[in-house]
Design a binder for this molecule. Structure first.
Ligand SMILES: [Zn+2]
Length: 418
């Protein structure tokens, strides 16, 4: 933490708020005016060590895909004790809490996802070495969750009043095959038609995501007769077909702009070393920042799988022996929030105010869903810096991480005053 940070923030906060279209002259003496904003900034500064402790505590509670309940309960209690109203779980399992303003609109939603990519049973112990914390999920997204609660608490401590209302949400199902189910339910049901701005807090660092990368995810299964490895040698094999498929997928050419990617993330199949397999499967993630490029990649991918099955059958002269079925298991919509839109400008100004070097980037986050709906949405990193996201060796460096908390706070206030 930088000792002079509060003063520097104070000097520029008014500028940031005005740039965001927020501060009106009468606000200066009104409740919720600049003195209280400054008090809220002081509060996040003072409580940053506690915010980091909360980050660690959250991280040690499991939140595997489709198993977010235990961590959701902890988040719920944190948001409730931070002074939010009507803190509850919605039908999807999202934690939702409210901070009413002078009027219900604009309604600003600040969100962070609860889930991790790590399966049940992963060792989640967090270790500390100076400013650096290590543990699976410590940055993505325990940092976002901790900052979500810290912003709510600071607003409450300082008694900041907003024109519009704030809704704080911790979402389920952001990662992996969760397929954004939490945020999809939020916009389809829980807050349907009641969101004016959406800001996701996701991971560590300082970037601002204004392009939502779309993705398609598939599980493909090759099936065949199977048999004895010696007695039935010569039967076409689903595992051979899988190998052919992966080799061909690896050779698919994709554009670098718009950035378009593929990954065979999981494979499986077979039952014994001396048995010709009856089944083999793979899971693939296809992504692009451009919808047309994604469609093109999707077509190439599906064609490749069918060609691989055919090649295996041709090799053993057994037409139709190995089949492939392709199941779509994920469809994350893509979208884009214009760089010159008020929400992006406000985020850039808030970054400047706290001296965070913000960069506009492309990503796949909870913000994808509102982006596709045309609702102003971004995702912002929640401060500090990190390495090895989505791996067991994930780290979070908390040096100056308070700037991330302060930015989220300022942006939330600025948007609620528009
Ligand atoms: Zn994340």
């Amino acid at each position: 933490m930088v000792r002079s940070a509060p003063m520097r923030m104070a000097a520029v906060v008014v500028f940031a708020m005005m740039a965001a279209g927020g501060v009106r002259t009468q606000d200066r003496s009104a409740p919720g005016g600049d003195a209280r904003v400054q008090a809220a900034l002081d509060a996040v500064e003072k409580t940053e060590p506690a915010t980091i402790d909360a980050q660690v505590r959250l991280c040690e509670v499991p939140a595997p895909p489709f198993g977010e309940g235990a961590r959701a309960a902890v988040v719920r209690e944190m948001l409730r004790s931070a002074g939010l109203k009507n803190v509850r779980l919605d039908r999807a399992g999202n934690v939702v809490g409210e901070r009413p303003g002078r009027s219900p609109r604009p309604n600003v939603v600040l969100a962070a996802h609860i889930d991790t990519v790590f399966p049940e049973g992963t060792d989640l112990k967090v270790t500390r070495s100076g400013a650096v914390l290590s543990g699976p999920g410590i940055g993505d997204n325990c940092r976002g969750l901790a900052v979500l609660a810290a912003v709510a608490r600071a607003l409450e401590t300082a008694g900041v009043e907003t024109n519009g209302s704030l809704t704080f949400v911790a979402t389920v199902g952001e990662e992996g095959l969760g397929d954004l189910r939490g945020v999809k339910a939020l916009f389809a049901e829980t807050l349907k038609g009641r969101v004016d701005y959406f800001v996701a807090l996701d991971g560590s660092g300082s970037s601002i995501t204004n392009v939502g990368v779309g993705s398609r995810r598939y599980r493909a299964t090759f099936r065949g007769r199977g048999g004895h490895s010696y007695n039935n040698f010569g039967r076409a094999s689903p595992v051979n077909a899988l190998g052919r498929a992966i080799a061909r997928i690896s050779d698919i050419q994709v554009p670098s702009a718009p950035r378009t990617t593929f990954n065979v993330g999981r494979i499986g199949g077979g039952t014994a070393v001396n048995a010709i397999p009856e089944e083999a499967w793979l899971e693939v993630d296809l992504r692009s920042s451009d919808q047309a490029a994604l469609e093109q990649l999707d077509r190439s991918f599906q064609q490749t799988l069918r060609q691989a099955a055919a090649a295996e059958n041709t090799r053993w002269k057994q037409n139709g022996a190995v089949t492939v079925t392709i199941e779509r298991v994920g469809d994350r919509p893509g979208g884009r929030t214009d760089e010159r839109s008020p929400i992006v400008e406000a985020a850039l100004e808030a970054s400047k105010a706290v001296k965070l070097p913000a960069r506009l980037v492309e990503n796949s986050t909870d913000a994808n869903v509102p982006m596709q709906l045309g609702i102003p949405a971004i995702s912002i990193a929640a401060g500090g810096s990190g390495t090895n996201t989505h791996s067991l060796a994930e780290t979070f460096d908390s040096t100056d991480s308070v700037r991330g908390t302060a930015r989220a706070l300022l942006l939330t206030i600025a948007l609620s005053r528009r």
